[in-house]
Design a protein around this ligand. Structure first.
Ligand code: NYM
Ligand code: MG
Length: 257
């Protein structure tokens, strides 16, 4: 087939997309070359290395400083002109989120498996919106995600494979910033808010279970440092990932391993 000259940049994008599609359908396409670009928390959702926003997740014990750092980071990124949104899980504004909130504030009792599935459902109800935003170029800074789901429930004694199963197929984070603090130090920080799980003994277990979940998408930041130092480190790490996603990175889903 004769080569038709490119008319403009849009033309280039359309053709690159169609080439990607064709490559994707070909049984001879070397899948390993795709897998090399993704981390070990995920499987590819598409073979397209399109420019997109980054999915940045913050994890850590209660009182580790996630909410403050997420807020500071979002203001900083907005100041740089990035399209960015702050999300959090549980999202207590939905009807599923209200069931979770009632449980966390001890207004209702639920079986451990049931609450685990509700946390997961709360992520699933936002999944398609998440994909749309990321593909439109918006970076999402997310305060807790699937790693919280698994760490807190396995700390109660639930089986890891069982806990992981409902998370499979959610979008894989490009980066997980783990704010590392000892349970004792966290407890010293102005006390807990009185919600379920906010007890030193339980947080010790959660800390151990979080550490088992560390994969190549994780960056561990020492959260015992002064807030400004944590903020500085977080900004540097996150910016690198945002730039990589802007340049083009495969969107992947949790959780192949
Ligand atoms: N939590 C949070 C879980 O047990 N499973 C989950 O999937 C998520 C997202 O809810 N102690 C727990 C961790 C927290 C509690 O979160 C409420 P926050 O960030 O303190 O509002
Ligand atoms: Mg909390």
């Amino acid at each position: 087939m004769a080569a038709v000259p490119l008319r403009n940049f849009d033309d280039f994008l359309v053709r690159r997309r169609s080439l990607n599609l064709r490559l994707n359908l070909s049984s001879e396409f070397p899948l390993r070359s795709i897998r090399m670009e993704i981390s070990d928390n995920c499987t590819p959702l598409s073979a397209n290395n399109e420019s997109r926003g980054a999915l940045v997740v913050f994890e850590g014990l209660d009182r580790s400083g996630k909410t403050s750092q997420c807020g500071r980071l979002v203001s900083y990124l907005e100041g740089l002109g990035h399209s960015v949104e702050l999300w959090r899980f549980p999202d207590r504004t939905t009807s599923v989120g209200q069931l979770i909130s009632a449980y966390l504030t001890n207004k209702s009792q639920l079986d451990d498996h049931t609450i685990h599935l509700l946390f997961s459902a709360n992520r699933w109800e936002k999944r398609s919106m998440m994909e749309t935003k990321l593909k439109a170029g918006t970076t999402l800074i997310v305060d807790r995600y699937s790693y919280s789901g698994v760490a807190f429930s396995t700390a109660k004694g639930l089986d890891f494979e069982w806990c992981k199963a409902p998370e499979i197929g959610l979008i894989a984070p490009d980066l997980v910033v783990y704010l590392d603090i000892t349970p004792e130090k966290a407890a010293e920080r102005g006390g807990y808010g009185g919600e379920r799980y906010e007890q030193l003994e339980f947080q010790r277990k959660v800390s151990q279970h979080y550490k088992l979940r560390k994969d190549s998408s994780w960056k561990i930041v020492d959260a015992c440092q002064p807030l400004d130092d944590v903020e500085k480190q977080v900004k540097e790490i996150v910016l690198q990932h945002i730039i990589a996603c802007q340049k083009g990175k495969i969107l992947s889903s949790l959780w192949s391993c």
